[in-house]
Design a protein around this ligand. Structure first.
Ligand SMILES: [Zn+2]
Ligand SMILES: [Zn+2]
Length: 393
């Protein structure tokens, strides 16, 4: 730890300026070419071996320590969101309709900062550090970016023993690390329900089957799943987030479509809720004479932190001066870091960035989202420390 602390001031400016370059040039999921190029350049400048085009736009760096030890992977996601930036920073997005509103620009910069710290001290390092710069985390409905990287061999050769990743989070105060053992984040599945019937004239509903009316009944009935049909102590969300139907105020349309998301913290509840969504949508539709089609696609599994690894992570984070580490309740957000945790033990954790005095008060995914850049060096330090300590195992 001591030698990293001495270097922190030196890397801080580089981490912040790199983050600003990425922030100004955001790229959507599956299109992270420029970001990947920048990552490759920085890693090579540190004499870190680089592999590009891993599972799409993924970039991997390999840093061999001087001493034998474990293989520790550190992961950052690289993609931005389809939003017009409305923050007040002077390095706003230069790309219309695209913004780093989830902090993935900060993730890339922090991991590069960790690479700077670790590369400088490779003589003190045990084992190998694998840096995973991942595309398409925000594209859960298209399978995300972790799975393609895994399929492209990211966890093999050398085989990863532990993996760590962190997310900037506006809900927690700046310089606060937040984590928990076990299930940290939810599984997510996307459902689509198509309800149809013969439409007709708005004045004569008796001659039609009205899909708008049936859709309304389905939306209401689906809430019986969390309220009446699943153990109330099991976290579960069923949210219908889009309703599309109709063209004119006097036409009963022939079709209505609903789309939504299902979140759970257990595989068993996830399975049961999917069956219930399908049954309720179909049976309610049938009761009113409508035809119904349901499709449900799994996005990400539960993000499950290894308990003993996470206990050790917590102990390490608590040694970082100027920060605080807290235990949190699970969130029903979802993250494709879960895919790596299905393969090897590791920990995903948050770094708070809520700071009123700096105007960093807006939630992730808001067009006004603003990172407190003062926390970035702590993120870099935490990742570097985890690689150092777990490499020794
Ligand atoms: Zn996000
Ligand atoms: Zn994110």
């Amino acid at each position: 730890m001591g030698f990293f602390l001495g270097d922190l001031k030196e890397i801080e400016d580089k981490v912040v300026s790199t983050r600003r370059i990425i922030h100004q040039n955001p790229e959507l999921s599956f299109r992270e070419e420029k970001t990947a190029r920048l990552v490759g350049e920085v890693l090579r400048s540190l004499d870190v071996r680089v592999k590009t085009k891993v599972g799409g736009n993924g970039v991997m760096g390999f840093l061999q320590g001087a001493k034998p030890g474990r293989v520790v992977a550190l992961r950052a996601d690289m993609d931005a969101l389809p939003l017009d930036e409305m923050s007040d920073v002077d390095f706003r997005s230069k790309v219309k309709g695209v913004m780093h509103a989830c902090g993935h620009d900060a993730h890339v910069a922090m991991l590069l900062g960790a690479a700077m710290l670790l590369a400088k001290h490779r003589d003190d390092l045990h084992g190998t550090v694998k840096f995973l710069f991942q595309p398409a985390e925000e594209a859960g409905e298209f399978g995300g970016g972790a799975q393609p990287m895994i399929e492209d061999g990211a966890m093999e050769n050398p085989k990863v023993d532990y993996i760590f990743g962190l997310h900037i989070f506006a809900n927690y105060p700046s310089r606060t690390f937040a984590l928990r053992e076990g299930a940290l984040m939810a599984s997510s599945a996307t459902f689509k329900i198509r309800i149809s019937g013969p439409g007709g004239h708005g004045s004569a509903p008796q001659e039609t089957v009205d899909p708008v009316y049936v859709a309304a009944q389905v939306v209401t009935s689906l809430q019986a799943i969390p309220a009446r049909m699943v153990d109330p102590v099991e976290p579960l969300v069923v949210s219908v987030c889009t309703i599309h139907s109709g063209t004119k105020s006097n036409i009963i349309p022939a079709e209505a479509t609903l789309e939504g998301t299902l979140r759970t913290l257990s595989e068993v509840t996830n399975k049961r809720a999917k069956i219930l969504i399908t049954q309720i949508a179909k049976r309610v539709s049938r009761a009113f004479g409508a035809w119904c089609e349901v499709s449900i696609v799994d996005s990400f599994p539960v993000t499950r932190n290894d308990p003993s690894v996470t206990r050790k992570v917590s102990r390490i984070l608590k040694t970082i001066p100027g920060t605080r580490t807290v235990e949190i309740s699970p969130l029903l957000a979802a993250e494709d870091f879960s895919r790596y945790l299905q393969k090897v033990p590791g920990t995903y954790y948050f770094l708070g960035t809520h700071n009123k005095s700096k105007g960093s008060v807006y939630p992730n995914h808001s067009p006004q989202f603003k990172v407190d850049e003062g926390v970035l060096k702590y993120g870099s330090l935490s990742l570097a420390l985890l690689a150092l300590e777990f490499g020794r195992q």
